[in-house]
Design a protein around this ligand. Structure first.
Ligand code: ZN
Length: 344
């Protein structure tokens, strides 16, 4: 019997070495410890042995059963650990690999300029106003004191639509109609700027486009003078181009302001000596401005003997081109990603 147990042990150890999977291991367990397994059968046969052999075989069989049991458990743990290690190996993340590039967008240079101008004017107590891009001619021309013979009313100058009621609709040629709408809606006193898109029947070339952008401002209150206009616009120019910038005002003529002026700023590139940015003059044309014409105030029901105001308007595209050294207006509208990326 002792020999039987020894050979069982030897066979078991040999079989265990060949085990490759948990399935093999379970089959081995059934072979030895299952209901009909070799150890189980020996234990069941003990009762048929001679009396003096029973305790010896019983003890040795028990020891062998414990040995097989613990060897199987150890083998099972090892298989499990191998499986975990191999999974970890398969799922390993190489943190030294370069990551995928995230394409982060950027603001269009025009929007950057709009944001910057809005910040400057918000800092001076202005509010930002918006208005429709498709406008009644009444708002685009009539309220703004533009006479019937004004050239921009010409069909060849502006984009017109006609409606059934005979009222004329135009793609706004300037952001000024916003001033009228806000004056009518909010009344005075008022301090606003309105940046936006405007449309004129222009050909497109390096400096012209049928679509372009303006920012206009309007201040109406009691006792507003040309001094307020100059002070405000000088501060604006310094905040935009730097403290050393100088300004000058030249008389001009607009229909909705009287008196009217154009403001130049000293060239930020050459400091006034003359260069290709300023065309050798040392000055750059910046904006149009003036005191709001009394007719404009009266047209929206404001007493022009009590209230006065000033207005100004500048081309946003031109400011963006000056600020970023862009020499062709078309670049702003072509959406060439190679161009736009430079501002991201
Ligand atoms: Zn210059």
């Amino acid at each position: 019997m002792n020999n039987d147990l020894n050979s069982i042990k030897t066979n078991f150890v040999q079989s265990l070495e060949k085990v490759k999977s948990e399935k093999d291991l379970e089959a081995l367990r059934v072979n030895y410890l299952g209901k009909k397994g070799e150890i189980t059968q020996i234990m069941q046969n003990i009762k048929n042995l001679p009396k003096e052999e029973k305790p010896i075989v019983g003890k040795e069989a028990n020891q062998l059963r414990s040995f097989i049991d613990s060897e199987l458990k150890e083998a099972r743990n090892k298989l499990e650990q191998d499986r975990i290690n191999s999974n970890l190996e398969k799922e390993k993340i190489d943190v030294t690999l370069p990551g995928k590039d995230q394409n982060v967008g950027g603001l269009h240079p025009l929007n950057k300029v709009i944001n910057e101008l809005e910040d400057i004017f918000l800092g001076m107590g202005f509010t930002i106003e918006d208005g429709p891009e498709i406008e009644w001619t009444k708002y685009n021309f009539d309220y703004l004191n533009m006479p019937p013979e004004h050239s921009s009313r010409d069909l060849s100058e502006s984009f017109y639509y006609s409606t059934d009621e005979g009222k004329e609709i135009v793609l706004r040629t300037q952001t000024s109609p916003v001033q009228i709408r806000v004056l009518q809606k909010k009344g005075v006193p008022l301090r606003i700027v309105s940046p936006g898109r405007v449309f004129r029947a222009d050909d497109i070339d390096a400096t012209h486009s049928p679509v372009f952008h303006q920012i206009e401002g309007l201040v109406v209150d009691k006792n507003i003078t040309m001094g307020d206009l100059k002070g405000t616009l000088e501060l604006f120019a310094k905040k935009l181009f730097g403290e050393d910038i100088k300004t000058r005002f030249r008389p001009h003529q607009f229909y909705f302001t009287e008196p009217s002026a154009e403001m130049d700023v000293s060239c930020f590139n050459c400091g006034g000596k003359g260069c290709n940015v300023c065309g050798g003059t040392g000055w750059i044309e910046m904006l149009g401005c003036g005191m709001v014409h009394p007719n404009v105030l009266e047209a929206v029901g404001i007493d022009s003997s009590e209230y006065s105001g000033f207005a100004f308007g500048a081309g946003l595209d031109r400011i963006a081109m000056l600020k970023y050294g862009i020499n062709d207006l078309r670049l702003l509208f072509e959406n060439d990603i190679r161009f736009l990326k430079q501002f991201a």
